[in-house]
Design a protein around this ligand. Structure first.
Ligand code: PLP
Length: 368
């Protein structure tokens, strides 16, 4: 039996009447840019993330770009981030004319190692951008302590972690700003691209809002140059239908992860993902295993029709576009090892028990 890594058609089948109605309502009222659904979704997401403000933007990448811009990041500045993430976490720093500074991961969580951050701080550091990878938050308490001590901003890349919790506090509610993505494969996925910024800081919120629309305030008057980056009304309408289901969907992912953890506990050479003691809610955007025989395992999974993916094979310091930063390939041993050993298997909420049984049997067969 083939099992896909993700099957979005099942979510649509489950919500079809509501989604169709919401999309048709937007097509009918015609307020396609910043229509009423956007404000409604922003308010509901702010409540979900326990922040004062939420601002819809065009993508998760744009959320990071605008958030860092609002923190004053520009040419000559440095932003510290994890060496092991989706490309956007480093790309946005470069696009603002600033220098990304990479820090290795804690191999247990795959997230930035707080104990290595302080050594990376310089007088040019403007912000620290931890990434909450695979649905589990970075260790925020020490990160916030370092940031406050050195008076730098913290932008959470929470693209993979909407609704996850660190000591009971939701992603996006701890740093100065939180950034989310509604790329279809995230736990809360749009029918296309979408993103959102959260914050408790009114000044940062207002600045992000101005940046979202070309930096204008009032309309047609520009003191700063901004972006064209709004969350489409159509996307907001779709997301507002899905948001009330998000917690339940994440709980189903946890149930799948629990079963995998039990089944894979005794398998030699296979490392299951660690749930950190500080994690009070892990949303398992990905269920990511590690094995020294990763490439053979992935080839076997593909042959058996089991969806799988490698997130991410190449750490930032080895990307050609960052060669100018002068890192040595032997630096960052933990992210290098993760890049060579990780692979992710299906964990989406609609996966059936029979499908999961199949995934487990194939993985065990390949690893024993
Ligand atoms: C998906 C993702 C992004 C970018 O989001 P887009 O909506 O695709 O632009 C940024 N950072 C991380 C960690 C992501 O997983």
């Amino acid at each position: 039996m083939a099992v896909p890594l993700l099957d979005l058609t099942r979510q649509y089948a489950y919500l079809k009447p509501e989604l169709d109605k919401a999309v048709l309502a937007v097509l009918t009222h015609g307020k396609f840019i910043l229509g009423p659904e956007v404000t409604r979704f922003e308010n509901e997401t702010a409540a979900y993330c326990k922040t004062k403000y939420a601002l819809g933007v065009a993508s998760g990448t744009d959320a990071l770009l605008i958030a860092l811009h609002a923190c004053g990041v520009g040419p000559g500045d440095e932003v510290i981030t994890s060496n092991f993430s989706f490309f956007a976490s480093a790309g946005v720093v470069n696009r603002l004319g600033a220098t990304p500074v990479f820090v290795d991961i804690d191999p247990a969580s795959f997230n930035i190692d707080p104990s290595a951050i302080e050594a990376a701080i310089t007088p040019k550091t403007k912000a620290i951008m931890p990434v909450h990878l695979f649905g589990q938050m970075a260790d925020m308490d020490p990160i916030m302590a370092i940031a406050r001590k050195h008076k730098v901003r913290v932008v959470e890349d929470a693209a993979q972690s909407i609704g996850s919790e660190y000591k009971g506090r939701p992603a996006g509610s701890i740093g100065d700003l939180g950034c989310f993505s509604f790329f279809p494969s995230k736990n809360l996925g749009a029918g296309g691209d979408g993103g959102l910024i959260t914050t408790d800081d009114e000044g940062l919120y207002n600045l992000c809002k101005i940046l979202r629309e070309h930096g204008q305030q009032p309309q047609y008057y520009h003191r700063i140059v901004g972006y064209n980056s709004r969350l489409d009304t159509l996307q907001a309408a779709i997301l507002a239908v899905k948001l009330p289901h998000l917690r339940k969907w994440s709980e189903k992912r946890i149930a799948h992860a629990d079963r995998y953890d039990r089944e894979f506990a005794g398998v030699k050479g296979l490392t299951t993902p660690t749930r950190m003691p500080y994690t009070t809610f892990h949303i398992y955007n990905q269920y990511t295993l590690a094995s020294p025989k990763r490439d053979a395992t992935v080839a076997g999974l593909r042959q058996a029709g089991i969806g799988c993916a490698i997130y991410y094979p190449v750490p930032f310091h080895k990307q050609d576009c960052f060669a100018y930063l002068g890192y040595k390939s032997g630096q960052f041993p933990h992210s290098t090892k993760a890049g060579a050993e990780v692979f992710s298997i299906p964990v989406y909420p609609e996966m059936t028990d029979a499908e999961q049984t199949e995934v487990i049997a194939v993985v065990k067969g390949l690893c024993s």
